[in-house]
Design a protein around this ligand. Structure first.
Ligand code: GCU
Length: 343
C-alpha cells in the first residue's frame, strides 16, 4: 500500500513536471531543443534501460543540436498502461510496453500473447525480426496515436510461487496467480486451472509479500531485479509464453521529423533492439545464478505437455475472433517448422 502511495505520488509529480515543462517552454529544453521523453518500468540495471541509454547517446551525438532525450525508468511516469496513454496523447514521446497490455489497445497484438505460440527461441526471434509478420500489427494503432518502432526480448514466462512447486497444471488449482492485465492472460490462467489476479508489474512484490497472491509468472529477471525471488521458493520452467516488449512512439511526433532525422531515429530503434538482445542473454544467466545461489530459489523442469494441451483451445478462440490474424499465424507456424523445439 505504502509502495503504491509512493508510486502514485511519483506519477502525480512526474505528470505535473511534464505539464509545467510543456506549458512554460513550449515543449522545448534549454537552447530551444526539443525534449524527447521515454518511459519504462524496469530498473536502471535492466537491459531495457541500457539499450535506451545507447539510443539517448546516439541521438545526442547525431542530433544533439536539436533533440535532448530523457529516459525515465522504474514506472516514474506511471504503469505501462498509463505510459501507453501518455504516448498516445503526445504527453510523452515513447515508452516500452509489454505486448500483453497492448492487446487492450489493438486486438491484433493478441497473437503474440498466445501461450506456446513459438516452438523455440530461434523461431520467436525470426518471427519478431520479420517485418512482413510484425508490420501489420505494429502499424495497427497508428491512427489511434502511437506506432510500434521495435521489439525487445523479454525471454520466456514461467510460473513461480511462494511455497507450492508447480509440476503440473493441477498444482495451480486454488492458487491466486498474478497475470498481466490482458484478456488472453486471464483466459490462459483459467484454462490452466489457477485463479488469475491481474495487476500492474509494480504492485506484484507487495502482493506476494503480503500473501494477496500465491505466485506470479514472468522471466527470471523478475526474481532478482524486482526481488520476487526473495519471497518465492519455486520457479517452474513450464515455458508458457514468449511475450516481447514493444517500444512505441507517438505517431504525430514521428511524422513531424525531417527525412534525415527520421532515418537517424530509425537507426536508433535498431540499436535499441540490438543492444537489448545482447544484454538480455547475459542478464538472464546472471539472474538465474543469483536467484539460485543468493535467494535460494529452486528451479524446476516439469513436463510441458500437459500445460501445452490445456492452453491449446486459446489458439482457435483467438483466431476465430479475428480472422485477419490467420495469415500471420500461418507464417509463424512456417517458422516453427524451420526452427523446431530443440528439446
Ligand atoms: C516483464 C516485461 C515487462 C512487463 C512485466 C510484467 O518484466 O519485460 O514489460 O511489464 O514482465 O509482468 O508486467
Amino acid at each position: 500500500m505504502e509502495r503504491r502511495m509512493r508510486r502514485c505520488r511519483a506519477l502525480f509529480w512526474g505528470i505535473v513536471w511534464i505539464w509545467c515543462c510543456t506549458c512554460l517552454s513550449g515543449c522545448s529544453g534549454g537552447q530551444g531543443k526539443r525534449i524527447v521523453r521515454i518511459g519504462h518500468n524496469q530498473s536502471t540495471n535492466h537491459p531495457t534501460h541500457i539499450a535506451l541509454t545507447a539510443f539517448q547517446e546516439l541521438i545526442d551525438q547525431e542530433l544533439g543540436d536539436k533533440y535532448v532525450v530523457e529516459v525515465y525508468p522504474n514506472e516514474l511516469l506511471g504503469s505501462q498502461t498509463d505510459m501507453v496513454q501518455l504516448t498516445q496523447t503526445g504527453a510523452i514521446d515513447f515508452c516500452v510496453a509489454s505486448n500483453a497490455i497492448l492487446e487492450t489497445f489493438s486486438k491484433d497484438y493478441e497473437i503474440f500473447n498466445l501461450p506456446y505460440l513459438f516452438a523455440s527461441t530461434a523461431s520467436y526471434h525470426h518471427v519478431m525480426d520479420d517485418p512482413a509478420v510484425t508490420g501489420p500489427i505494429f502499424g495497427s494503432t497508428e491512427k489511434a496515436g502511437f506506432t510500434a518502432v521495435t521489439w525487445l526480448d523479454a525471454g520466456t514466462r514461467n510460473f513461480y510461487t511462494i511455497d507450492r512447486p508447480i509440476e503440473h497444471p493441477s498444482d495451480l488449482k486454488g492458487l491466486k496467480i498474478r497475470v498481466q492485465q490482458s484478456p488472453t492472460n486471464i483466459e490462459m490462467m483459467r484454462l490452466l486451472g489457477g485463479s488469475a489476479t491481474p495487476m500492474g508489474f509494480g504492485d506484484v512484490y507487495t502482493a506476494l509479500q503480503s500473501g494477496i497472491i500465491d505466485g506470479a509468472e514472468n522471466n527470471e529477471m523478475a526474481l532478482t531485479d524486482n526481488g520476487h525471488g526473495d519471497v518465492c521458493r519455486y520457479y517452474s520452467y513450464d515455458m508458457h509464453q514468449m511475450v516481447p516488449d514493444i517500444l512505441i512512439g507517438n505517431t504525430a511526433f514521428m511524422e513531424e521529423m525531417s527525412v534525415e532525422e527520421r532515418a537517424l531515429f530509425e537507426e536508433g530503434f535498431c540499436l535499441v533492439n540490438q543492444v537489448e538482445r545482447e544484454e538480455w542473454t547475459k542478464a538472464v544467466e546472471k539472474a538465474k545464478e543469483r536467484a539460485r545461489d543468493e535467494q535460494g530459489v529452486h528451479f524446476l523442469y516439469p513436463d510441458q505437455k500437459p500445460f501445452v494441451e490445456a492452453c491449446r483451445p486459446l489458439h482457435d478462440r483467438v483466431l476465430e475472433g479475428d480472422r485477419d490474424l490467420l495469415p500471420i499465424y500461418e507464417a509463424i507456424q512456417a517458422y516453427n517448422v524451420q526452427y523446431p523445439s530443440v528439446e
